[in-house]
Write a protein that binds this ligand. Sequence first.
Ligand SMILES: *[C@@H]1O[C@H](CO)[C@@H](O)[C@H](O)[C@H]1NC(C)=O
Ligand SMILES: *[C@@H]1O[C@H](CO)[C@@H](O)[C@H](O)[C@H]1NC(C)=O
Ligand SMILES: *[C@@H]1O[C@H](CO)[C@@H](O)[C@H](O)[C@H]1NC(C)=O
Length: 186
Amino acid sequence: MKHLFWSLALFFCFNHSIAIVRATNKLTRDCEILKGIYDSYKIKNFESNCCDMENVDCESINSETRMTRLDLSYTNISEIPKNIVNLDELKKINFSGNNLNGEIPSFFSQLPHLEELNLSKNKFYGQIPKSFLDIKNLALLDISDNRLFGIIPSDFCDMETLKIIKYHNNMNSVYPSTCIREKFGL
Ligand SMILES: *[C@@H]1O[C@H](CO)[C@@H](O)[C@H](O)[C@H]1NC(C)=O
Ligand SMILES: *[C@@H]1O[C@H](CO)[C@@H](O)[C@H](O)[C@H]1NC(C)=O
Ligand SMILES: *[C@@H]1O[C@H](CO)[C@@H](O)[C@H](O)[C@H]1NC(C)=O
């Protein structure tokens, strides 16, 4: 009987603590995702309290602390980590000054709170993806210094939140629509 009591007590404690860990720690998960990114791309100087890192900001959102800014500029990565979409409270992302190449991936539009996206100074090639238009809160987009080409469609002028697009130093054939030139400059 005594034995059974302790077994049950342990069982409940154990289950309970797992529930607490699951419920309280989205931030722990954010930091784990970031650690995974650092490990796979061999980026140095990860800190387990990831909010303490200079290139990370965290904020309280619905009374939970979450990662809201991630600056991985000049970290020599050659691919955008796909699981960045799991850092779902991110507002600001900077991937400037890396070796990113190929087409710009479309998954940024899965980040519902994204406001600033800086992809400048890479080797992105191809057209400017229309998926940017699905980023509802986008305010700043920097795709300058890449190898992009094609039209920047006038649909970008209709994005209410968008204040800045930087697109200089791409292939000569990047062609901004008239309204883009008028609204955002060259
Ligand atoms: C940057 O990454 C490339 C591989 O993508 C590697 O060859 C090079 O040595 C790296 N440079 C530095 C400074 O780590
Ligand atoms: C990264 O880009 C953002 C704009 O999105 C800018 O405010 C920030 O200063 C950049 N970071 C660095 C290290 O230049
Ligand atoms: C993007 O990041 C680069 C390098 O970190 C910075 O020089 C540039 O000003 C940023 N772009 C904007 C629009 O803030």
